[in-house]
Design a protein around this ligand. Sequence first.
Ligand SMILES: CC(C)(COP(=O)(O)OP(=O)(O)OC[C@H]1O[C@@H](n2cnc3c(N)ncnc32)[C@H](O)[C@@H]1OP(=O)(O)O)[C@@H](O)C(=O)NCCC(=O)NCCS
Length: 325
Amino acid sequence: MQIRLLRAGDEPAVLTLWDRCMGEQFPLDSALFEQNVLRDAHFDPEAVWVAEDNGGNLLAYAHAKVCREPLGSAGMMPEQGWIGALAFLPNEEGLQAARLLLQTALEWLKAKGRKRVNYGSDPAHFFPGVPTEQTLHQQLLREAGFTIGEHVAVDLVRELADYRVPEEVEANLQRLHEEYAIRSCTPDDVPALLRFLQQEFPGRWYYETAKRLEVEDTPRDILILTHGDEVVGFCHTFHRGSKRIGPSIYWRKLLGEAYGGLGPIGLAGSTRGKGLGLALLCKGVEYVKQQGAQRMAIDWTDLVDFYGKIGFRVWKRYHPASRRI
Ligand SMILES: CC(C)(COP(=O)(O)OP(=O)(O)OC[C@H]1O[C@@H](n2cnc3c(N)ncnc32)[C@H](O)[C@@H]1OP(=O)(O)O)[C@@H](O)C(=O)NCCC(=O)NCCS
């Protein structure tokens, strides 16, 4: 068995390996692999490894990340490192290779001066944590010194055929319409949107929104809640036309051709509790449906009851996995 850095031309074999490891639950394609790994701002070609047998067949894959540009106000997170994904053949050889890659990744992160490592939740993450059903991953992570937390973060899903904005939500919006409005973000709104995010969600949500705006042709898939000239809420939506493959549509192959997604969503602290968060969510889902989606997901949340109000149900579950080095 040999461990080496990923080389140009390895991608098809990595995708095949990933597919054999977890393709049914997390089907990876080259567009997403390139976005989240090879073209991500935090990608380091020295931190992406494969293990292969003597015949050159891939047995395992892993990549690690450290911040290479500030995540908004969270900055460079100099003590934090991540292992972004681990894929391996589901046999003894594959497990052995995965163990070696985990050690390789941990050593690299240690050499980078990292004090804490998480599995998943990295910038341009694939996973918020370790998926609940990935018991072999959990076993490998535990063996490598990780603690798997009890807390569960979830992705949610909903069919859209029967979806309509509930009447009481429309009525609430009507009641508040002189003060508040919900609409698509226009290029002219972008400075106010970024000001709002810097004020209310200055870390990763600010960072990810700014990054998304760099690649999309238009900001219209971000819905905004406005109060006069001010932006006081935001909601990312995704669909087939989106350039950025947002986390809610990572696993779009499972959602079907007419896929959609939503999140993050957030309101200014002072605006919460008036039914406007629910209204923005409902209008976001309506917008996604209007773009042709028939099935959509909401990623990485623990607000099951909030999204459950309009029929979203749990789809995927993840546990936090971390260790100190
Ligand atoms: C989550 C958020 C968008 C909700 O907006 P809001 O304006 O505070 O909530 P609303 O007033 O629209 O609430 C509507 C309903 O949802 C419920 N709800 C609101 N927040 C909830 C939460 N965190 N968990 C469970 N239910 C919630 C309310 O109790 C209310 O229920 P009711 O109609 O039965 O009384 C807002 O609180 C927010 O921006 N939070 C910080 C960012 C965040 O956590 N975003 C979601 C990340 S996945």
